[in-house]
Design a protein around this ligand. Structure first.
Ligand SMILES: Cc1cc2nc3c(=O)[nH]c(=O)nc-3n(C[C@H](O)[C@H](O)[C@H](O)COP(=O)(O)OP(=O)(O)OC[C@H]3O[C@@H](n4cnc5c(N)ncnc54)[C@H](O)[C@@H]3O)c2cc1C
Length: 469
């Protein structure tokens, strides 16, 4: 334990209501782990906060001791930002309270909530918050970066559905941000990630969603070009209720995969309809009519079931690496490059994910939130997923090589939540024309860059050390 961490521990132990875990504590080995097994760090102290007073105390103590500090909600940062070596982790996992207000179609949830905690509470009254597709993801990191998922075409990004934030800023004070209060901070928190403080509570808009129609199918590699050509022509005019996307991958050798597809390139297609189910059947049927799909399933299911379908595909502790970007148009050459790359894919769990944003998310003006421009609708996420450390370099090289080949066809921009930890140079690219405004707001709320373990937006004039009391 360093002297500075001892100082933080001594300052907190008197009145901290949550738990303070040090490397010798029995709970520490589990508590230090985050979702991405590629990132293994050993913080000096993990402060599991029970409430906003605990968060304020932790921020003040770490600030005055000059200790590197990570903030954790669900621990799903692909880049591994929610941990650090030797420093402090402010862990919000005890703060998972959700309050739902059906009469105003709104909810308040605490800064440590997982998506599953929010869905469980809101679905009891048939409402939903538009967020991500895996229920064990943390809501705070996801919403602060933007938040894409099944409902975005119908109801916008997660950050578009936030009405207010309660946030502990770098001097330890508790600030409220909404359209009418600290409006600059409200703007910055909708896409600017964890740069501005620790959000202890979100106030959000909910939408009526109960049963949905969901279809899945496997398209053989030699049909994929034709299918994606059809998709790219159809989606710009497609209804907001339809979310249709693909994961290009190598078919696994398992009993759910037809024998003739195993080991070859495929597109795993998914088509979701939210709304009138009879109308939806026409669209979902149409999505699977092209491409000679195999093993097609179409089911009406509850929204809660939909939200947990992908949970087991992304287990904790495996090794993950990602690179992402946007295409304004998806050309044939890019599709061919993706398919060719699958011939040398080192892991059957690796995926080339293709989504089409558009819809309500794209109707939010670029200047309205820090998330910014949504005019390039084709979202690409290259996700490496493997288990053996000996395979790290071949998987990372495969993702980097494929990204480099696709990059010339992309437009500038990247979604901060789909970035790895080695992409600092792309953070200004993520924010482009919003960069200077974000830096100015950062300078007001975090002049010494205390909150820097994130896709970092540095303040305009970094103060050397120390956070004012
Ligand atoms: C399995 C999986 C599925 C995913 N699916 C989607 C998806 O469908 N849609 C999508 O948009 N993204 C998705 N993502 C990406 C996801 O949005 C990011 O990984 C996000 O950072 C996860 O949030 P978290 O709270 O779990 O992360 P953490 O690792 O806890 O934190 C991530 C960042 O947010 C900051 N942070 C965390 N909590 C707070 C807080 N309370 N206040 C201020 N800052 C905070 C941290 O400091 C860190 O910089 C997925 C990721 C994974 C691993």
């Amino acid at each position: 334990m360093t002297k500075a961490i001892e100082e933080v521990y001594a300052a907190l132990k008197r009145s901290f209501k949550g738990s303070l875990l040090r490397p010798d504590d029995a709970e520490y080995p589990n508590a230090r782990r985050i979702w991405n097994g590629l990132v293994a760090r050993r913080p000096g102290l993990i402060a599991r906060c029970n409430d906003s007073n605990d968060v304020q105390a932790a921020v003040r103590a770490a600030g005055s001791a000059g200790v590197t500090t990570a903030v954790r909600c669900g621990g799903h940062s692909l880049a591994g930002f929610s941990s650090c070596d030797d420093g402090l982790v402010i862990d919000l996992s005890p703060m998972r309270k959700v309050q739902v207000f059906p009469e105003t179609r709104s909810a308040r949830f605490e800064g440590g909530c997982l998506l599953g905690s929010i869905d469980s509470a809101t679905q009891t009254v048939g409402l939903a918050f538009p967020a991500g597709v895996v229920s064990h993801t943390g809501a705070a990191g996801l919403v602060l970066g933007g938040g894409t998922g099944w409902l975005n075409r119908l109801h916008g990004l997660s950050c578009d559905n936030v009405r207010g934030f309660t946030v502990v800023v770098a001097d330890g004070s508790l600030v409220h941000a909404s359209a009418s209060e600290n409006a600059d901070l409200f703007w910055a928190l909708r896409g600017g990630g964890g740069n501005f403080g620790v959000v202890t509570e979100f106030e959000v808009t909910l939408h009526a969603v109960s049963s949905v129609l969901f279809g899945r199918g496997l398209c053989p590699g030699d049909e994929v070009l034709g299918l994606l050509r059809h998709w790219r022509e159809f989606m710009p005019e497609g209804p907001d209720n339809l979310r249709w996307g693909f994961s290009l991958k190598t078919a696994p050798h398992d009993e759910n995969t037809p024998a003739d597809l195993r080991g070859s390139p495929i597109a795993s297609a998914s088509a979701l309809w939210v709304g009138d189910l009879n109308e939806g059947r026409r669209y979902v049927d149409r999505a699977f009519a092209i491409g000679n799909h195999k093993v097609i399933t179409k089911k009406v299911m509850s929204f809660s079931t939909l939200q947990t379908l992908a949970d087991s595909d992304f287990p904790h502790g495996r090794r993950y690496y990602t690179k992402a970007g946007y295409f304004k148009t998806l050309n044939d050459e890019s599709i061919s490059i993706m398919l060719e790359a699958l011939a040398t894919n080192p892991s059957v769990a690796n995926e080339i994910e293709l989504a089409y944003l558009g819809g309500a998310a794209a109707r939010v003006a670029p200047g309205e939130t820090a998330f910014g421009d949504r005019s390039a609708p084709f979202v690409l996420n290259l996700l490496g997923n493997w288990s053996d450390p000996a395979d790290d370099s071949k998987n990372i090289s495969w993702i980097r090589g494929l990204f480099a080949r696709l990059r010339p066809a992309m437009v500038p921009g990247v979604y901060v939540n789909f970035m790895s930890g080695d992409e600092d140079d792309r953070v200004p690219e993520a924010y482009r024309e919003r960069w200077e405004r974000l830096r100015a707001i950062k300078t007001i709320y975090d002049p010494s860059n205390f909150f820097r373990l994130n896709q970092n937006i540095p303040p305009l004039t970094a103060v050397a050390t120390g956070i004012p009391e």
